[in-house]
Design a protein around this ligand. Structure first.
Ligand code: SIN
Length: 500
């Protein structure tokens, strides 16, 4: 396959909060290409509902946000990385407000930012926008900012194939755009490709969340860490026709209750904080109730709340559920857990640097160490902002062209027979064997199945669907191996045969 070469100073792969924030930081230092697999407005960020956690309210302190984050991480968070997050968070949010972000406000004159509560936060600290469309607002503001920066060019429909390594350094990436293979050569490359939800059959993540950044980095020799820690969100819409649409934790923060199919509240039997117990505990409690009642769902119930409030506070969730014939303000809505977030990823330091020269990373595809074994709700958008800016600043200091003027051809290029069937089987396998509850037997069975598809990792492909499948298999193996290696239950990694 012929290769077209393109040169830029900086390549950012991914157009969510972390990638856009990195691009803004890089803009004064050279030309920046922001490559996105889809249209520039699409990313995991765009789908974020609940909000962005930041210690900015009068009743809050940076130190309390720090303590809540460390506690949620179950002893496995990197304390220095968390300190950076909570200390730099307020400045990054103020900057967004200065750029035009419209966070919801309280009071007659709307002078005060409105903060909500989510699980495991000891203060109301979650900012939100347009009720439940916080991610969309962030993307709007960051894209507007980027559009005003002449040195930043957007590069849509570009599917990353692999990183380009030269003498041990990352010097860019191969991408396929409209069927053309291109080698984008750059002084520094920032990976910000988002999450891995599509590796699982049941997920709140959008269709593009296929773990591409983690997979290409791992293939190039980047260290990955904490891949066993996968967060399952307790409440996604459970209905035969509907996707597993997220019903934000902020709904329970505002008072929504969980009831089982027998009409009983059950969370108090599992944790003193009831509906606002940590996310992993709520997900496991729902799994236990599903098993006990032989049901496919429990209900999220907001019917005791003022319907006008529910419709105003959660307009996106309200209208989406209405599209599936559920009026959340007047009837309990069926929900069940779904894969939501991966705490593990490409290991980075506090400046977004990986172990590979020339390769930086930020956002969900990374493991900065902030989240430990379990992410505190709504810390991820903040991480994208804080660490996206940091990774951009570090990349700016790496303006060192390789002088490379030709690249190795990619060979062999193949096709994957029955790739759609394999994709479905992989996703079911991960959900059933490497899901909310795991054990040696389920993980070993999964690993054996995954080995049957390892041949797919040996070749290159030309289509998005095949490249994604290769990446999903690679990351499925990384998650399963890490889950087998960690024999104790901790945070979101729960083994019925735990040794601790
Ligand atoms: C939610 O709105 O429940 C998701 C927030 C998050 O995952 O941080």
């Amino acid at each position: 396959m012929p290769i077209e070469i393109e040169r830029v100073d900086f390549l950012v792969i991914g157009g969510g909060v972390a990638g856009l924030r990195a691009a803004i930081e890089l803009a004064p230092h050279g030309d920046v290409l922001v490559a996105t697999k889809d249209v520039p407005t699409e990313s995991t960020t765009r789908h974020a509902q609940g909000g962005i956690a930041v210690a900015l309210s009068d009743e809050d302190e940076v130190g309390i946000h720090y303590e809540d984050t460390i506690k949620a991480g179950a002893g496995l968070s990197d304390e220095a990385a968390v300190r950076v997050l909570v200390e730099e968070g307020p400045e990054r949010i103020q900057e967004l407000i200065d750029w035009g972000a419209e966070f919801d406000r309280d009071g007659a004159d709307a002078s005060k930012l409105s903060f909500t509560l989510e699980a495991a936060h000891s203060r109301k600290r979650v900012l939100h926008a347009h009720g439940d469309s916080t991610g969309r607002e962030l993307v709007r503001v960051l894209l507007k900012k980027v559009q005003g920066l002449p040195s930043v060019r957007r590069y849509p429909s570009a599917v990353v194939v692999d990183l380009i390594m030269h003498e041990g350094r990352c010097v860019g990436a191969y991408v396929i755009q409209h069927g053309v293979l291109r080698a984008v050569l750059a002084s520094a490359t920032v990976l910000a490709t988002g999450g891995a939800g599509q590796v699982y059959a049941v997920t709140t993540n959008p269709i593009g969340a296929t773990a591409d950044g983690i997979a290409v980095a791992a293939r190039a020799g980047a260290v990955t860490h904490h891949m066993e820690f996968v967060q399952f969100h307790p409440t996604s819409l459970q209905h035969p026709w509907a996707p597993h649409f997220l019903l934000s934790e902020a709904m329970r923060g505002e008072g929504a209750l969980l009831i089982n199919v027998c009409g009983e509240r059950f969370m108090e039997r599992y944790h003193p904080k009831g509906e606002l117990a940590p996310r992993d505990i709520v997900s496991r409690a729902i799994s236990a109730e599903l098993h006990r009642t032989e049901a496919q769902h429990v209900f999220l119930d907001l019917t005791h709340m003022d319907p006008a409030f529910v419709q105003k506070r959660f307009p996106n969730i309200y209208s989406t559920c209405l599209g599936f014939d559920f009026d959340i303000s007047r009837e309990p809505v069926p929900v069940s857990p779904a894969m939501h977030y991966i705490m593990g990823g490409v290991r980075t330091d506090k400046d977004g640097a990986t172990n590979l020269d020339g390769l930086l990373a930020a956002g969900e595809c990374t493991n900065t160490g902030i989240h430990g074994a379990n992410r505190l709700a709504s810390n991820s958008l903040l991480e994208g902002l804080v660490y996206g800016a940091r990774a951009g600043a570090t990349a700016a200091g790496q303006a060192m062209h390789s002088g490379l003027n030709k690249v190795e051809p990619l060979a062999p290029v193949r096709t994957i027979p029955a790739h759609d069937e394999i994709r479905g089987a992989l996703r079911r396998l991960m959900w059933e064997r490497v899901g909310i509850i795991r054990c040696e037997k389920s993980l070993t069975e999964a690993r054996e199945e995954l080995s049957r598809w390892e041949f797919i990792l040996e070749a290159h492909y030309q289509t998005r669907r095949e490249l994604e499948l290769k990446n999903m298999i690679q990351v499925g193996i990384l998650i399963t191996d890490a889950a087998l290696a960690r024999r104790e239950s901790v945070g979101a990694h729960f083994r019925t045969d735990s040794e601790a």
